[in-house]
Design a protein around this ligand. Structure first.
Ligand SMILES: NC(=O)c1ccc[n+]([C@@H]2O[C@H](COP(=O)([O-])OP(=O)(O)OC[C@H]3O[C@@H](n4cnc5c(N)ncnc54)[C@H](O)[C@@H]3O)[C@@H](O)[C@H]2O)c1
Length: 339
């Protein structure tokens, strides 16, 4: 296993997340450099590569992976492009950090799961960065001590200022609630067994035809319930909150009370406006952890199994949204590689 210093990374997709990860590799974290970038938009790839010494620009992801000094791959193209990029990385047996979702549906995620097993070793970390957020890490650590007793319920709120123009009602689940799906599985150590989606009359602030907000109920195989308010056109800020209700107490994160001001007869603070701000520390730590483990020849963090399970839960959630009622999640048996 290579331990090249610095680790050469090919970044696939140089849009909002990809360009931010390039900046992070180049100027925030240590032990890695951007060796190549790929984007189907050649101008975008060139513009991102231009600022980086020795970085080559490509339109074909496989060509970027084959470029000189590439040891690992960061996939930040849109979800539907992930499967092809993952399989191309597997062809070269390269370690991968793949932005969420692993793939957009359970069948394609299962193909990736099978392809990784055919390699015989884990290669993929999935970009569920909440597992690296200081507040989530503290909540997980507290729950693990058992001090509060068994977790009974999780209440989650996930609010965005406004949704992008292409956002559909099912994307509230596949793009947004996907994070709570992973956070629930990780915090509780349970699989999600069934999903129900309730829809109030949409907000007047939501685009015509968008079912926003939604209330998603996740049941787990450990007997817990996790509910998620997803509201992607709340207008006022980006908020991610979670409260665990346990047998002997509760624990809450995401109140954003880092700075409180008292002025002119009022008190208050500010609300983050997007995820790049709210989860900046989590993205930095996620990427550093991936680089460090890759250089040690290890794969840590959310696995292909976690990506597959999230895809299967989201698929059930979309069915629950479209057809109504409670939809059970159908997972294959967990392969040995991920136990
Ligand atoms: N972890 C998080 O919090 C988080 C937040 C936002 C987005 N994401 C994920 O990051 C990924 C990218 O999202 P984004 O917001 O940056 O999207 P974006 O649209 O801003 O950027 C995507 C880029 O990929 C390029 N592209 C499209 N198809 C490609 C292909 N086949 N090969 C190479 N490049 C291709 C596009 O030209 C574009 O430049 C998605 O998977 C998304 O779900 C994760």
């Amino acid at each position: 296993m290579t331990v090249r210093e610095p680790l050469g990374i090919a970044v696939i997709g140089t849009g909002r997340m990809g360009a931010d990860h390039v900046r992070r590799i180049d100027s925030v974290i240590s032990g890695a450099r951007v060796a190549a970038v790929a984007d189907i938009d050649a101008e975008r790839a060139k513009a991102v590569a231009a600022g980086i010494d020795g970085c080559t620009a490509h339109t074909d992801p496989a060509a970027a992976m084959a470029a000189a000094d590439v040891d690992a791959v960061l996939i930040a193209s849109p979800g539907p492009a992930h499967e092809a990029a993952l399989l191309a990385a597997f062809e070269r047996d390269l370690p991968v950090l793949c932005e969420k979702p692993l793939t957009p549906d359970a069948a394609s995620a299962l193909r990736v799961l099978e392809a990784e097993q055919a390699l015989g070793h884990r290669r993929v970390q999935v970009g569920f960065m909440r597992r690296y957020d200081t507040e989530y890490v503290r909540l997980k650590a507290l729950l693990s001590t058992g001090q509060l007793g068994r977790p009974l319920m999780l209440h989650n709120r996930h609010r965005n200022v406004a949704s992008p123009p292409f956002f559909t009602s099912s994307m509230l689940i596949s793009d947004s609630v996907a994070h709570e799906v992973d956070a629930t599985r990780w915090l509780l150590g349970h699989e999600i067994s069934a999903v129900t989606v309730l829809r109030p009359t949409p907000s007047g602030g939501a685009p015509e035809g968008l079912s926003d907000p939604q209330f998603v109920v996740l049941e787990t195989d450990g007997g817990a319930i996790s509910d998620v308010e997803i509201f992607v056109n709340c207008g006022f800020g980006y908020q991610v909150q979670a409260e665990a209700v346990c047998e002997r107490g509760t624990a809450r994160i995401g109140d954003g009370h880092a700075l409180i001001t008292h002025m002119a007869g009022r008190w208050g603070g500010t609300i983050t406006q997007d995820w790049t701000e709210r989860f900046a520390q989590a993205y930095d730590d996620e990427l550093q952890a991936w680089v460090d483990s890759t250089r040690r020849g290890e794969v840590t963090g959310p696995s292909t199994w976690d990506g597959y399970a999230a895809a299967a839960v989201c698929e059930a959630g979309i069915r629950a949204l479209e057809e109504g009622g409670r939809v059970e999640v159908d997972l294959v048996e967990k392969p040995q590689l991920y136990r």
